[in-house]
Design a protein around this ligand. Structure first.
Ligand SMILES: CC(=O)SCCNC(=O)CCNC(=O)[C@H](O)C(C)(C)COP(=O)(O)OP(=O)(O)OC[C@H]1O[C@@H](n2cnc3c(N)ncnc32)[C@H](O)[C@@H]1OP(=O)(O)O
Ligand SMILES: O=C([O-])CC(=O)C(=O)O
Length: 380
């Protein structure tokens, strides 16, 4: 747990709500590890599929295991016709996170998890592999159909999930740089201990519900601007600034008005979010790649102002906004990418919860009226 940050008060802050072997967040104030590996190390040396394997199965794969795993995932990208029909009926102006929520839920109707024996989940890993492979197809199928009138081909030949996503979105295989950044981004977002969406998944799992219900609920929690939705909100803010000085002025105004600034601050980290430096450096490379002279300097100035004025640092979401934008990803698809990645963390936690389960049911401090008698309705 963090040193230096007061972890107490509302929001269950500082309460230990269960055990996990999946990750540590802010153990030394700012670190992040997945099953004992530093996220920086993983982002530098691994593909996202390796990290997914690590989270879901406990250890990093050998080359042969990775090849088998990626080959399996590639066969699971296609969507059932009934799911495509549902996606085609969702309007263009729907919130893409609502599309993900519906897509996941519909998949759970068509390909139900086997929950026939109480507390035994024989195909949970297969269900997760299926979701991992086809979530990019769900969001791209809906997006391309509703926005471009195109029924996108979900079975691309790209090896990685990130490239597969970009390929469906843009009708062409991505550059090496873009594939690499997607890979890093998916690794950075994969797992984060008892954050709000993961805790949602664990609460649902603790009732012995099915995995699609756990993930559908988690998607709903991730949608909010205080959680995953912050990357889109950060983009909406930075794209309004015309240069770094304008950003400084705008930020100062927002701070004076005591507005919440999305992409800054964290519930657990006290001095920095270790994912920020990594995605920031890729955002800088992408800015150079596209010849940007506005958005990246604007983002850097926002970071400087927030630290100088409030000692608030960028969380994982802030520089993801410019990075995704430089890759031509529409802002409304930012949070669904987070889903494609965090699914691994949610699933890892559901497996853990199921393996050592007690229904999660905390207590509340009652603040309502004392015991009173019902007045018959005619006398009220
Ligand atoms: C991947 C992720 O999900 S990372 C989080 C993404 N979310 C965001 O970026 C949304 C913006 N940030 C926030 O709302 C918050 O920092 C949260 C939700 C992330 C954490 O909330 P908390 O744990 O309650 O924050 P914390 O206890 O550090 O807040 C301390 C003070 O700083 C303020 N503060 C925290 N973050 C911000 C911010 N982004 N902008 C302005 N003020 C802020 C709080 O309002 C609080 O002030 P107060 O004591 O006067 O009420
Ligand atoms: O841990 C949190 O509260 C939020 C977060 O950064 C994440 O889920 O990645």
């Amino acid at each position: 747990m963090a040193e230096g940050k007061k972890l107490a008060g509302a929001g269950l802050r500082g309460q230990v709500a269960g055990k996990t072997a999946l990750s540590t967040v802010g153990k030394s104030g700012s670190g992040l590890t997945y099953r004992g590996y530093d996220v920086k190390d993983l982002a530098e040396h691994c593909q996202f599929e390796e990290v997914a394997y690590l989270i879901l199965k406990g250890e990093l794969p050998t080359q042969a295991q990775l090849d088998e795993y990626t080959a399996k995932l590639k066969t699971l990208r296609g969507l059932p016709q009934a799911l495509k029909e549902v996606l085609e009926r969702i309007p263009k102006d729907a919130h893409p996170m609502d599309v993900m929520r519906t897509g996941c839920s519909m998949l759970g109707n068509l390909e139900q998890e086997d929950t026939s024996v109480l507390g035994v989940f024989p195909n949970q890993e297969d269900c997760v592999d299926r979701m991992l492979a086809c979530f990019p197809s769900i969001i791209c199928y809906w997006y391309r159909f509703s926005h471009d009138g195109v029924r996108v081909e979900e079975n691309t030949d790209d090896d990685s999930i990130g490239a597969h996503f970009l390929h469906m979105l843009r009708d062409e295989a991505p550059s090496e740089l873009h594939e690499r950044v997607m890979n890093v981004s998916l690794i950075l977002y994969a797992e984060h201990e008892f954050n709000a969406s993961t805790f949602t998944a664990r609460v649902c799992a603790s009732t012995l519900s099915d995995i699609h219900s756990c993930v559908t609920g988690a998607i709903g929690s991730l949608r909010g601007p205080l959680h995953g939705g912050a990357n889109e909100a950060a983009m909406d803010m930075i794209e309004k600034f015309k240069d770094a000085d304008d950003a400084e002025q705008g930020m100062m105004g927002m701070l004076e008005r005591k507005e919440k600034i999305m992409g800054f601050g964290h519930a657990i980290y006290s001095e920095s979010d270790p994912r920020n430096a990594i995605i920031k450096s890729w955002s800088e490379k992408l800015a150079a790649d596209v010849g940007d002279t506005v958005l990246y300097p604007v983002s850097v100035r926002c970071e400087e102002v927030m630290w100088r004025e409030k000692k608030l640092f960028c969380n994982a979401d802030f520089f993801h906004a410019s990075a995704y934008h430089f890759m031509g990803i529409p802002t409304k698809l930012f949070t669904p990418i987070f889903v494609m990645s965090r699914l691994t963390g949610w699933a890892g936690h559901v497996f853990e919860q199921r393996a050592d389960n007690r229904i999660i049911r905390p207590s509340a401090e009652y603040t309502g009226p004392e015991l009173r008698k019902v007045t018959p309705i005619a006398q009220r």
